[in-house]
Design a protein around this ligand. Structure first.
Ligand SMILES: C[S@@+](CC[C@H](N)C(=O)[O-])C[C@H]1O[C@@H](n2cnc3c(N)ncnc32)[C@H](O)[C@@H]1O
Length: 270
């Protein structure tokens, strides 16, 4: 069975057009039953994960899943949610962009949102952990004759971002994949890479009406994620040099988007 799966993934599936791959993923998600373990205790989660896979560094379960993904698009999950995200970006983020803007898209997946704003800005540096998705993004940009996006495989945990470089920043869905000890490190790095007054658009899966982070693991497809509360998100960003400009629920059950502004020097001292 393992051999057949490998041949399917490495020899057959890779040759299919992206639209067919996306359709197959959608069908697969619908028919495979999901067996989700969830807890509000990080220690319990790590213990659970260590029983499942002793070799893997437990706090990296989400990273391991994403690293293997070949193609991912919010469109697969929900058309309406994708349109809501686009509307939020167009309404609350795009007005802050200009044709001089240098933008970073950290965790760009297949580049859909970089492509969306490419004609409105000067340059985009777009990074993702998954090499295959970066390759999909490069091909999409090539087909669309977009040449102001540099797509590169990189890990947000270890990437060095140039200080004071970006006029605007997109971080859509990254923090849901990142375990607690590394969150502040990433937010500080993003903050330092942005110019004073620069805008950050953020999207993540949030817990509405709950008070604790939820750690989840789906044993059917090995997906795992960290869902935090709205208050957690606010305090992470407000305590690390940002102020809140806009926010909205974009998917009815739990996906939220925010626009934050990097405080200017005189505001940071206050
Ligand atoms: C929920 S998806 C969001 C993708 C896209 N930004 C969007 O909103 O459609 C999360 C993305 O984060 C990427 N990712 C997860 N951990 C990462 C890391 N350590 N460094 C860079 N990217 C990472 C995944 O590969 C995936 O593309």
């Amino acid at each position: 069975m393992k051999k057949i799966k490998k041949i399917w993934k490495t020899k057959i599936r890779v040759l299919l057009p992206n639209s067919v791959k996306r359709l197959l993923t959608k069908i697969g998600n619908r028919i495979s039953p999901s067996d989700i373990y969830s807890t509000t205790s990080r220690d319990e989660f790590l213990l659970h994960m260590s029983k499942i896979n002793k070799k893997q560094e437990n706090s990296n379960a989400a990273q391991a899943w994403w690293r293997k993904q070949e193609d991912w698009n919010p469109y697969i999950i929900h058309k309406e949610y994708y349109n809501n995200m686009k509307n939020f970006i167009n309404m609350f983020f795009v007005p802050h962009l200009s044709n001089d803007s240098v933008v970073c898209d950290l965790a760009c997946a297949c580049g859909d949102f970089s492509v969306l704003i490419a004609d409105k800005v000067k340059q985009i540096d777009a990074f993702d952990l998954a090499e295959s998705m970066i390759n999909v993004a490069i091909n999409t940009a090539k087909k669309k004759k977009i040449n102001n996006i540099v797509f590169k495989q990189a890990d947000a945990l270890s990437i060095d971002l140039e200080t004071n470089k970006y006029d605007a920043f997109m971080m859509l869905g990254l923090l849901t994949c990142i375990d607690d000890p590394y969150i502040i490190e990433i937010v500080k790095k993003v903050h330092d890479s942005m110019k004073d007054g620069a805008k950050l658009v953020l999207k993540d899966g949030l817990l509405i009406n709950e008070v604790n982070t939820k750690y989840i693991y789906n044993s059917t497809n090995e997906y795992s994620a960290y869902y935090r509360t709205y208050d957690d998100y606010l305090s992470i960003f407000l305590n690390n040099g940002f102020s809140l400009l806009s926010h909205s629920l974009v998917e009815s059950s739990h996906i939220y988007m925010f626009v934050f502004e990097k405080k200017r020097k005189h505001e940071r001292i206050l």
